[in-house]
Design a protein around this ligand. Structure first.
Ligand code: 5AD
Ligand code: SF4
Length: 465
């Protein structure tokens, strides 16, 4: 970290939040800090000497539970040290592992004070007070999701030029490998008016690029201001009207919820960026069926075709799972073939690992680790090549870049292309928050190098610095 937060004054309590996993968790961590601010808690960068530590966990990643317990072991020592010195440390476990394994956490780590699931963050202040009085851990892992959104304050601190906004939580899709429907609960969409109000506030605070978040974000069906049900497309049209919001993105989507209206929004709204994260998971119909995905490889390819017809410069990102139970060599080759046919600009790929309680975990025919490893490596090599080729293809082009902050070197800013590629450009820092045309000089595997098309003497001065 280059710019660490200064320690709060002594009259403030120190809050350390560690976040694992998806953007949703990062967003939730910010909201937890916001609800605790009125109690005098101020965020710090390290757990040492913190008055409260929150571990915001993610269940999707491998060995999430073991990682949590090893982190808790370290924190226990810090807590004991502080207690020996007459101070205390409130230790809280939040997020999906807390939701799924609350009882185990209480049993194995009795020094944990608070266990709370993703739907209970608004209750944190009350739980902190109760933890001060209670003998054991205070546990909240219910699912009253509407309540959470009603009670959480809107983002207090400005999030920055690029920001996230949660519009939907939970999932009803029940993919056979996935734990989300059990940990995050049923699909719930926030009312459109609440989303629009928060987006307006964020725009007024300087946000230019807004990424709408949800586990299954394109299943969004929030109540509209007129009482009718709004889908994601309708919401995007309304958000695009907000002055200051120049770019819109949303993640993560399910292919089955990509409806005509949403495809049309990609065609009609210049603010909707030509980049879409659309997990396919596998290219084999047999495996897709075993995964309970509800679509075939051909359905996915057809959808990609329709999206590209609507927005010809659309680039795609995806998630792939290698070695799902029952996956044969032919199935794996079908995945490789689908990847070749689509040509992804970016992707996340995972080795299948069982999540207790999910249907796939109990399925017969689990792969051996060596086969899963080999298949994952093949998938990743192909995806890496595709990403490098996509980045290289931008060299020589002029693209609109949103400047987001300081770059790698002095005199440089970093920004984002419409396709979510990080780009480094010599430019004056007053351009942060601005969108400007940039000529791409070189495409690296993970980023781009560019130069301003219309550099001012000030930009050039920075360049010389
Ligand atoms: N094993 C491997 N990868 C998984 N994912 C979800 N559950 C599992 C699992 N049990 C991946 C999926 C999903 C992404 C967020 O994590 O690809 O889209
Ligand atoms: Fe999990 Fe996504 Fe499938 Fe929902 S759609 S069950 S979150 S993988």
């Amino acid at each position: 970290m280059t710019n660490s937060t200064p320690l709060p004054p002594r009259d403030k309590k120190r809050l350390y939040v560690r976040s694992w996993g998806c953007q949703m968790n990062v967003y939730d961590s910010g909201r937890m800090a916001d609800v605790l601010a009125p109690l005098g808690y101020q965020p710090v960068d390290a757990p040492e000497d913190a008055d409260m530590v929150i571990l915001n966990t993610c269940h999707i990643r491998e060995k999430a539970t073991e990682k949590l317990f090893s982190e808790l072991g370290r924190l226990r020592l810090m807590k004991q040290e502080r207690e020996a010195g007459g101070a205390g440390m409130v230790l809280a476990v939040a997020g999906c592992v807390a939701q799924a394994e609350g009882a185990e956490i209480v049993a194995r780590a009795p020094y944990v004070d608070i266990v709370l699931g993703p739907q209970s963050y608004h209750k944190l202040p009350e739980m902190v007070a109760r933890a001060g009085r209670a003998a054991g851990a205070v546990v909240e892992t219910e699912f009253p999701v509407e309540e959470k959104f009603d009670h959480l304050p809107d983002a207090a601190a400005p999030q920055g030029v690029t920001a996230f906004l949660t519009i939907q939580e939970g999932c009803d899709k029940f993919c056979a490998f996935c734990v989300v429907p059990y940990t995050r609960g049923a699909e719930y969409s926030r009312p459109a008016a609440a989303v629009l109000a928060e987006a307006r506030r964020m725009a007024a605070q300087g946000t230019r690029e807004l990424t709408l978040l949800g586990q299954n974000v394109n299943a969004y069906h929030g109540e509209g201001p007129d009482g009718s049900e709004w889908g994601l497309a309708r919401l995007l049209y309304a958000l695009a009207e907000i002055p200051g919001i120049e770019r819109l993105r949303y993640t993560t989507s399910h292919p089955r919820d990509m409806d005509d209206a949403l495809i049309a929004a990609h065609r009609d709204l210049p603010a909707v960026m030509p980049f879409l994260h659309l997990p396919v998971q596998s290219g084999s119909d047999r495996v897709l069926q075993a995964m309970n995905r509800g679509h075939t490889a051909a359905d996915y390819l057809k959808l990609v075709q329709r999206l590209r017809a609507a927005r010809p410069d659309l680039a795609l990102s995806t998630d792939i799972i290698a070695g799902h139970p029952g996956e044969t060599e032919a199935d794996h080759q079908a995945t490789m073939e689908l990847i070749r046919q689509v040509g992804f600009a970016q992707a996340f790929s995972f080795k299948y690992s069982p999540r207790p309680g999910t249907p796939a975990a109990g399925a017969p025919f689990h792969m051996d680790e060596a086969t899963k490893d080999r298949r994952l490596q093949e998938v990743q090599a192909l995806l890496r090549d595709q990403q490098a080729a996509f980045n290289a293809s931008k060299a020589g082009e002029t693209v609109e870049v949103l400047f987001t902050g300081a770059g790698r070197h002095p005199g440089q800013l970093s920004g984002r292309t419409p396709w979510l590629q990080p780009v480094h450009v010599a430019a004056n820092s007053s351009r942060i928050g601005e969108v400007a045309p940039v000529r791409i000089l070189k495409g690296h595997p993970n980023s781009l190098l560019g130069e301003l098309l219309h550099a001012t003497p000030l930009d050039r001065e920075m360049n010389a610095a």
